[in-house]
Ligand binder design. Sequence first.
Ligand code: NAD
Ligand code: MG
Length: 400
Amino acid sequence: MTNDCAPAVITILGSTGSIGESTLDIIRQHPQYKVFALSAHSNVEKILDQCRQFQPEIVAMVDEAAADDLQKQLQAQKIDIQVRAGAAALVEISIHEKVDTVMAAIVGSAGLESTLAAVQACKKVLLANKESLVMAGELFMQAVADSDACLLPIDSEHNAIYQCLPECGAGKAQVDSRLVKRIILTASGGPFLNTPLEDFAAITPAQACAHPNWKMGKKISVDSATMMNKGLEFIEACYLFGLEANQLEVLIHPQSIVHSLVEYNDGSVLAQMATPDMRIPIAYGLAWPQRIPSGASFLDLSEESALEFQKPDLARFPCLQLGMDTAAMRGTAPTLLNAANEVAVDAFLCGKINFSQIVLINAEVLSKIPCETAATLAIIQEADLVARSVANELINKLNY
Ligand code: NAD
Ligand code: MG
């Protein structure tokens, strides 16, 4: 069965991260997939180990000193792999003619340029880096339409929705509103679903990163704890599936078994269910339109506790409300929110602000900077820079 799937030559952007490692785990199980290039910010030890196992042709290290170090270690071990330094190398490995599939798994806005380049080069793009779509959704989806690239969502909710939209096909995901009534994004509610609100300010980075159902990178873990992640996913879904904000709803589902649902006009509701393991959506993306084993365990519903669903408490999770509001506004509003949130989460992880201040920074940045039409990449990049600078000013003020 495994080898019936089409072979592919793959670049992994962000191979040392949680999604990057899960992708390599699937590639290890399926020899028809070849790694052409890997990339990381600066983790030499991990990428060296990946080089030994997967023998890519090129490795891109964004940090120049880490690139030097890697080069020396590869030479010392007589491993013949080209090392490139700097962010420009991410684009080079995304658009390389030998590559047909790009896993976009860099965290944050740092992933935009290389992911967009992969789309423009008409690659099969497996999109985990939701921030690039949140930042530049209109432009990004226009690039998909212009290049005819195949864009497959890896975020588990969006992947679930994609699987429940069989009429989409051909790597396109626009919803036909004549058929679909609404889409329901599920959310676990994160580690603080039932924590008393008065305890929120004292939440530590370690507590915020301890997600009950998923093991992920630090940034998305904090976003899950504030539910900014669901806000970002709300925006992501609007762009990806061509939806208005009022066609989308969020439901808390603490067990993370139902990954999202599509309600059709006749009253049918299709859901995708699976154990919470990112190897399932990643394997789906790699093999699409076929299916391959992912290595994840199979779902035994008789062993599961009850599957619960409830409406989100927006007073408890105001970041979700910000995501829903900016999804309706469009333009640069999601760009501003994304940039403010990246700065605020970083400040929280470094101990500069407390957990409850993340949403204050995000809301304040949105209220201080007017939203514009996101007509060009230059406008988006400028909005991103301005939002970062305002967020940093606010954080510095909080610290005096
Ligand atoms: P992570 O922090 O574990 O890994 C991030 C990767 O990006 C690393 O390889 C790192 O070296 C690289 N990176 C970081 N900063 C960079 C920079 N400035 N330039 C270039 N590379 C840089 O993150 P993750 O949890 O794997 O998440 C990756 C993306 O996938 C995020 O956008 C996240 O929202 C999305 N996602 C993750 C999960 C999950 O389960 N982890 C689920 C859904 C979506
Ligand atoms: Mg998700």
